[in-house]
Design a protein around this ligand. Sequence first.
Ligand SMILES: Nc1nc2c(c(=O)[nH]1)N[C@H]1C(S)=C(S)[C@@H](COP(=O)(O)O)O[C@H]1N2
Ligand SMILES: [Mo]
Length: 437
Amino acid sequence: MKKTSLPGINALYRQDPIAADRRLWGRETSAISRRGFLQRGAVISMATALGMSIPFARQMPAGLIPAAFAADNAPDSIPGKDGLVLLNDRPLNAETPAHLLNDEVTPNRRMFVRNNGIPPQSVDPDNWTLEIGGESCLRPTTFSIADLRARFEEVTLQLQLECGGNGRSEFVPAASGNQWTTGAIGCPRFTGVRLRDVLNYCGVAQDAVYVGYHGADTHSSGNPELDPISRGVPVAKALERESLIAWAMNDEPIPLHNGFPLRMVCAGWPGSVSGKWLNRLLIRDRVHDGEKMAAPSYTVPRVSVAPGSRVPDEDMRIIESMPVKSLVTFPQSGVSHDFRQRLAVSGHAWAGDSQVSGVFLSIDFGTTWLPTAVQTAANSLAWQNWQSWVQFPEPGYYEIWARAMDERGRSQPMVVPGWNPRGYLNNACHRIAVQAV
Ligand SMILES: Nc1nc2c(c(=O)[nH]1)N[C@H]1C(S)=C(S)[C@@H](COP(=O)(O)O)O[C@H]1N2
Ligand SMILES: [Mo]
């Protein structure tokens, strides 16, 4: 598929949406009819840019950037990782292209990396200690990893971790931070002990409110007084069956950048609550006040605000469960496909603390939707795999849109939802481009 005609169209939209519209759609908004759909001139210029016809052009919403033009950054090589796209190297942040997330269980080499600081340099797992304390801890205790293994039941669960800022790159006006597209999500199998078994052993006082973590990573400035990040979860989330202190990922030691040798996993909430390089947990008698707990970090406005608004800190709330979302992981966006054959399509869907009740596909820009077969999760808080087939009526440019719904009937939006100052919680439908030939 021809991609070179419009390099960096997403970046262009971020910088200057009007210029981007003019470039992509021919003439500014005059090319767009009052109904909000494409007019003839714009269809012709867009089809020219794509190098093929657009059979469902009548249904194509105005202002849509064709999925075929999605940012196509060259993958960089990070030791132990394969095909991840580097967004920042200091601190290291790298995401996984959608088609490389096709495995039902995310392999270690495909798990995204979101570092807020510098990982610990030399780690000796045999001498690693985890200290449990805090105002509301009745019996402060320090454990080695061997102690944890000896004293508590070992559990293995498949758990999804998604960065709260996944999808940030689509917000207009742009939100500062890593410009994640869709790849700050993964769902490996973690092995460790239940956080609640450890906390109960150490005694959770009546007045306990929050469990906060500290890790062994250091602040990018090099200042040892500063924590790169120190977040956590309310006691109820910490005591959930699925919350773990893990030492293995897919039956191997956790990769260095994903928290070797020990990390917290509290799935379904922003990834930032799951402390890596875990060496201290505090049972707090108040909402934990570590680094990046306070607004604007990992918070969103209590009520929706106009794009670009400045929101006072006291009007922001801490993000808890992540919203329903899905990914098309097969085929890869941009493939050519014989239109006479049906095309198998598959991916994953997840819904924070909730479950996915359905995943639907559209090949006509959201006019009609087909159900897919959705599997049950391997366990609670693991993503769910889905698959289906689509049949294209004639050759041309198509997009496959996927939309998931959770068990409470909440659906993914087709457009970018609720703008917020730091660009969290974008769960807009994932779209891929297909050239039917
Ligand atoms: N100690 C520590 N824990 C951390 C972080 C960090 O930088 N340091 N990043 C957090 C964020 S913002 C996310 S999204 C997840 C990312 O986990 P991953 O890098 O294993 O994908 O880890 C969280 N835990
Ligand atoms: Mo994150």
